[in-house]
Design a protein around this ligand. Structure first.
Ligand SMILES: [Zn+2]
Length: 357
């Protein structure tokens, strides 16, 4: 496993933050896992998924533009299931029942991915080693993009703030095909992390979900709606999912003023307490926007999420005020962009700066 370590000083900031957070749940007599708000959201998103699929495949509209609009919506619904249902499930914060978390986490397999690999890549590497080169696969976009100055530079990176968003559109399809296969056949995540060998059941789930997904979302629609309309519709759908997922995740860590740790030294040592590192590498955005709060599953509250991944996202708005107070108490900079637009512009400015620096 990794040789990355954090400062050994007593984690005073995190201790205080935990006290304040625990107090919130005790005072209000609440559980940390999801509640009715999350269950309703799941029902609405799943109904939307089935409804849109049924209309597109079995009652394909004559109007091509309407179909494309519905495919766009389907791509958005898929991303939102990822943010709200799968993400909480995979972190074990959806419910206090483990089997429910497992089931919700596996909604990723229904959408073509593998929750097994997601947990290793996201819960372990990304959450522990946020923005650390060689450990956090979220900042490894190969030579296509340079997201921090510790990565090699190529001449075309000067245009990455222009082609970046298009590239993000391809990420979902690449993730569920190339990246998952790479993990499956090499048994590794990134350069350094070796994965445990899969059990027989995991092999079965992996291949079963890949075959099931492509049968349902590509083969069946070709049969009912035609080959070309399916390829176009599927392309639009995965493009939208890819762009939405990538942008929402990038806005939390890859913007101006977030910290990155270059990956040249081995073993690596980060000179701050783990929780302080999380705040330094993570940014919130548009926390007062109810629509984004609903759709993004608390991923616009990434600071809270990185500090407390086992708390369901439905509680993040209430924890936000307390987090800001504790950060102020310890003189730690809490960062938030007031809107999605301002965060996106900062992301693009960051890409341009790193592309020419
Ligand atoms: Zn997470």
């Amino acid at each position: 496993m990794s040789k990355t370590t954090f400062a050994k000083t007593p984690p005073v900031f995190f201790q205080r933050l935990r006290e304040v957070t625990e107090a919130y749940f005790t005072e209000n007599n609440l559980r940390k896992t999801g509640d009715g708000r999350l269950y309703w959201k799941t029902a609405i998103l799943m109904t939307a998924l089935v409804g849109l699929y049924t209309v597109l495949v079995f009652f394909t509209p004559e109007n091509g533009w309407l179909s494309l609009g519905l495919c766009t919506l389907l791509g958005l619904v898929m991303a939102s299931i990822g943010f709200n249902v799968m993400h909480d499930g995979a972190h074990g914060s959806y419910s206090r029942r483990n089997w429910v978390n497992e089931m919700m986490g596996h909604s990723l397999n229904m959408l073509g991915g593998s929750v097994h690999y997601w947990k290793a890549k996201h819960n372990v590497n990304h959450h522990t080693f946020t923005n650390i080169e060689g450990m956090d696969e979220d900042i490894d976009i190969k030579f296509f993009m340079r997201v921090h100055k510790g990565q090699p530079k190529h001449w075309f990176h000067r245009f990455q703030h222009i082609y970046g968003l298009l590239l993000y559109g391809l990420t979902y399809l690449l993730w569920i095909t190339v990246n998952d296969m790479q993990k499956y056949f090499t048994g590794k995540i990134g350069e350094k992390t070796k994965l445990k060998p899969l059990s027989l059941k995991e092999h079965f789930i992996f291949w079963g979900s890949k075959v099931g997904y492509f049968t349902v979302f590509v083969v069946l629609p070709m049969f009912f709606a035609g080959v070309v309309p399916t390829l176009i519709g599927y392309g639009v759908m995965v493009f939208v999912t890819g762009i939405v997922i990538s942008v929402v995740f990038q806005l939390a860590h890859v913007v101006e003023d977030t910290d990155f740790v270059p990956g040249s030294t081995d073993p690596q040592h980060v000179e701050s307490e783990w929780a302080v590192h999380q705040v330094a590498t993570t940014v919130n955005f548009a926390t007062h926007n109810k629509v984004w709060n609903w759709l993004f599953g608390g991923l616009n509250f990434q600071v809270e999420h990185h500090l407390f991944p086992r708390i369901s996202h439905v509680h993040y708005p209430a924890l936000n005020k307390r987090l800001i107070e504790v950060c102020a108490e310890f003189n730690i900079t809490y960062r938030e962009f007031p809107s999605l637009r301002s965060a996106l512009l900062s992301h693009l400015r960051h890409l341009r700066q790193v592309g020419v620096a």
